[in-house]
Structures are given as structure tokens and as C-alpha cells.
Design a protein around this ligand. Structure first.
Ligand SMILES: *Cc1c(COP(=O)(O)O)cnc(C)c1O
Length: 442
């Protein structure tokens, strides 16, 4: 920092002007100064994140060049959407980037849950068993699978479900996994991100080890990875380490903040084809599906996704270090390696959780003047507070936070289309905690 200031004439004045703007936005001097101290120690971490982003940016660029992306691909198609060159090329670009045989990238997939449901329902038939070797899957999949009885669930269609939990230290329970795999086990679903659970997020390398073991137990077992929040966090994706199907949401990392909705499935040609037939219909498959004019956003969002993900990742690392230094339990820890963009901060009291979320909301580009309040959300057993001031509704690659109002009052924090915005949001959360006397600085 000192070096840079020496080289830039008037560096000190710039900093003063910046601080004045921070103060205008609502930060106090001690909060600005505290943030500066935390950030100063993160230079190496940030360099590592930038290096991964650089690699992933080149990976995406090479895929776009190889498939000769051109302006015509951004044109809208309507009706059946036959001969939609833009849609087909985008899918080729996704497949290339993920080193997969095929891809289905569609705005007709409403969200991540639907993409996962599609991949499961397309590849599991009555009598087949679905298996999770990494414990209970993401909340919204409980009704999809039928863990919680639900109309239209896979259970209703005669697909059974088995699960092996992780061991207390977070490692795979290989014995239980081997025992759970039987003649009917057709597909293993592996969730990369911890979601709202407290287990660690899986690295791509660990996913690779797990898949190798699963294939040893049963060579024709389909291995699917729920890749939500994991895209571009590492240089490798699960499809690089043996996953047959990789699934995610376009309003998280790969949409780069520009995709207005959608989901993706990449993987083995035959399995992706089954998904396409389930989405449209047998006989139509991938050949139909009008893009209705969203193609340019999907292309440009994918192009931006590596650096957008890097910004979100810096925000997560900054939040972890800032709150860890203040004595809060953070998951992952400040110096732990990262495999997704989610940061959990245990805030210990409902007041602190609400103050944190108010800060995130107050820093938003949209709806910054709104105060988030806890509410009874369908499907949850306690009230939930959510902060989101997003351009795209529910987009969680944009800066957002939420948490259930129960001990230990954990805020799950993610996103930020730019590192600078993520930083402001985190400092604003600290500001709200300081204003209420929950945190004392200096
Ligand atoms: C977000 C997410 C999903 C899907 O959620 P949607 O809100 O339907 O997009 C599934 N699994 C994990 C781990 C997620 O983070």
C-alpha cells in the first residue's frame, strides 16, 4: 500500500476522497480503518484468487473462440426455436469449458432445483435407487427426492433413496458407502457445496477421490455433482475428475450476474440427451427451445463469470478474516482454502444476525433503503431473515445474506458482482453491529 502511494502522485488525496465517499455511504472512520487492516493481510490470498480467475478466463475465451462465437448467436429465436445456432453454440461452449461431451443450457430451467430435478428424473426409472454418499442433500431436494413426502416426488414414481452420512470429521464413510451400493443403485448425487449444512464444502480433488471409489464399487454407477456455487472457484470442475453429470444454476456463478434465469447440465452425451428429452419431449430433445432473446446475456455472463466469481470469493475471504479477528466463529475459517463462494458467520444473537443483514441490504445498488425483517418462510421451521438488493430476483451471485433465526444465529453470506461492492457490504454489516454496541472497535 505504501509503495503504491509513493508511486501515485496524490495517492493520499485519493484515499481521503475515497474515505469521504465511504463516510457518505454510512461507514465510520474506525470501521474503514479496521477493514483496511484486515485487507492489508490478504494480498497473497487475493493474488491466488486472481490467478485462478485468469486461468478460468482463458478457458472460457478459448472455448468461445474455438466455437466461433459471433454476433448472430445473440439473435432471439421464437416459437419452437428450431435451428437456433446461438443456443447450440452456447451449449458447445459450456461443454468445451467443462471438458464434457455435451451440455444443456436453457432459460427453460427455472433454477438450480429444477435443473437437478431434471437430471435426476431423466436418468432414474422406477425401481432404481438414488444414493447420496455425502449426507443429506440441499433443502429443496428433500421434496424432489421424497425424503419429505411430496406430490410429484421421485419416490412417488418408485425411485428409492439411500444415504451415507459423512463421518464426524467430515471424511467419507467408505464402509457405509460400499454397504449402501446395491444392484438397484443407479445414480449417486454428490453435493459440492455445504449449502446450509455445517459440513465442509468438498474440493474438486476430494470429489474425484469419491467418484473413483464409487466407480470401483460399481463401474456403471452414474455420478452426478450438484455444482451450485462451485463453478470457477478452482481451476478444475467435477467433470475433470470423472463426474458423469454436473448441474448448476445460471443465477449463481456461471451466469456472471447477467443471466436473468436458467440452469445448466453438462456431462456424458447419452445422459444429457435424456435430460433434453425430459425437458422438451422424446423425439424433440435438444432441437427445440426458443431463446427469446436472452442469449447475449448468457454468453456475456459466462464470459464474465470467472472474474465475478473471483470478486465474490474475495468478499468471502475478507468477511471470514474480518469476523474471525473479532472473535466470531466463521465457516470456512479465514485461512482455509475455498471450494465455493459461501461464507457462514455465527453471530450468536438474533439482534446481531438482523444487524448483519441490514448492513448487507444497506450496501446494495437496488432496494438499499429497505430494512429486512425476519419472516415465516414456507418450508422452514424457524423465521428467516434475508438481505438482497439484486438486479435479478433471488440471484445469489449478487451480494446477499440470509439466516434462520435460531442458535447459533448464522448468517450465510455470498456473492458480490464486484469485490469492491462485497467489501462495502461487509464493512456496512460491521458498521451496523458497531452502531448497536454489539461490536466494539479500537
Ligand atoms: C442454490 C442451490 C441449489 C438450487 O437452488 P435454487 O434456489 O433452486 O437455484 C441446489 N443445491 C445447492 C447446493 C445450492 O446452493
Amino acid at each position: 500500500m505504501r509503495e503504491a502511494n509513493k508511486q501515485t502522485l496524490g495517492g493520499q488525496e485519493k484515499r481521503t476522497a475515497r474515505d469521504a465517499l465511504y463516510q457518505e455511504l454510512g461507514l465510520s472512520r474506525p470501521v474503514i480503518e479496521y477493514g483496511r487492516q484486515v485487507e492489508a493481510d490478504l494480498r497473497e490470498r487475493f493474488e491466488g484468487i486472481d490467478e485462478i480467475a485468469e486461468y478460468n478466463q482463458l478457458k472460457v475465451l478459448r472455448a468461445m473462440q474455438k466455437h466461433r462465437v459471433c454476433a448472430e448467436h445473440f439473435a432471439a429465436s421464437t416459437g419452437y426455436g428450431y435451428n437456433d445456432d446461438g443456443r447450440e453454440t452456447l451449449e458447445a461452449v459450456y461443454a468445451e469449458t467443462f471438458h464434457a461431451e455435451a451440455a444443456l443450457v436453457r432459460s427453460q430451467m427455472i433454477c438450480g432445483t429444477q435443473a437437478l430435478y431434471l437430471a435426476l428424473s431423466a436418468n432414474l426409472l422406477p425401481g432404481d435407487e438414488l444414493f447420496s454418499p455425502v449426507g443429506k442433500p440441499y433443502d429443496t431436494l428433500e421434496e424432489v427426492i421424497g425424503i419429505r413426502p411430496s406430490m410429484g416426488s421421485l419416490a412417488e414414481y418408485g425411485v428409492t433413496y439411500a444415504q451415507a452420512d459423512l463421518l464426524p470429521d467430515g471424511s467419507f464413510d467408505y464402509e457405509a458407502i460400499r454397504a449402501a451400493i446395491g444392484p438397484c443403485t443407479k445414480l449417486a448425487t454428490i453435493q459440492r457445496s455445504k449449502g446450509y449444512a455445517s459440513r465442509p464444502t468438498l474440493s474438486v480433488a476430494r470429489i474425484g477421490e469419491l467418484i473413483a471409489f464409487l466407480k470401483k464399487c460399481k463401474p456403471d454407477l452414474i455420478c452426478m455433482v450438484d455444482n451450485c456455487y462451485g463453478e470457477f472457484v478452482e481451476e478444475q470442475e467435477p467433470s475433470d475428475v470423472g463426474a458423469d453429470l454436473v448441474v448448476g444454476s445460471l443465477i449463481k456463478n456461471p451466469g456472471g450476474g447477467l443471466a436473468p434465469c436458467g440452469g445448466y447440465i453438462v456431462g456424458r452425451e447419452d445422459l444429457v440427451e435424456r435430460c433434453a428429452r425430459r425437458l422438451s419431449s422424446p423425439g424433440l430433445g435438444k432441437e427445440v427451445g426458443a431463446n427469446l432473446g436472452v442469449n447475449r446475456d448468457l454468453y456475456q455472463g459466462f464470459f464474465l463469470a470467472p472474474t465475478v466469481t473471483a470478486g465474490a470469493l474475495k468478499g468471502a475471504v475478507f468477511a471470514a478474516n474480518l469476523y474471525e479477528r473479532l472473535g466470531y466463529r466463521v465457516i470456512p475459517g479465514g485461512s482455509e482454502s475455498r471450494h465455493d463462494i459461501i461464507q457462514a458467520v455465527e453471530l450468536n444473537t438474533p439482534e446481531a444476525l438482523c444487524a448483519f443483514c441490514e448492513g448487507i441490504q444497506a450496501a446494495a445498488p437496488v432496494d438499499s433503503y429497505v430494512t429486512p425483517v425476519p419472516w415465516d418462510m414456507p418450508g422452514y421451521d424457524s423465521q428467516v431473515i434475508m438481505a438482497a438488493g439484486a438486479f435479478v430476483q433471488g440471484s445469489s451471485i449478487e451480494l446477499s445474506a440470509d439466516g434462520p433465526l435460531r442458535a447459533p444465529y448464522t448468517a450465510f453470506f455470498q456473492g458480490g458482482l464486484t469485490w469492491q461492492h462485497a467489501k462495502l457490504g461487509i464493512l456496512m454489516s460491521l458498521q451496523k453491529l458497531a452502531e448497536r454496541g454489539i461490536v466494539k472497535l479500537g
